[in-house]
Design a protein around this ligand. Structure first.
Ligand SMILES: [Zn+2]
Length: 71
């Protein structure tokens, strides 16, 4: 399931990441753009990075919220 091209999980570019995402999680499942873990959410209830609009997992989203509230 979680087989990355060549096993180079962190060496692929964002573009490749998106392609991998689309292929492995068609439409309904997303990977966090910060930690690469599945967000466990689908497009309708996705948690999005406020700046980039990219999907985040709950942990990264909460961290972002905490950081935002500190400013
Ligand atoms: Zn994350």
């Amino acid at each position: 399931m979680n087989t990355w091209p060549g096993g180079k999980r962190h060496a692929i570019h964002q573009y490749e990441h998106e392609k991998w995402n689309a292929k492995n999680y068609p439409g309904t499942r997303q990977l966090c753009t910060k930690c690469d873990e599945p967000t466990g959410r689908c497009e309708e209830d996705a948690l999005l990075d406020e700046e980039t609009g990219e999907p985040l997992c709950e942990d990264c989203w909460k961290k972002q919220e905490q950081e935002a509230s500190r400013e």
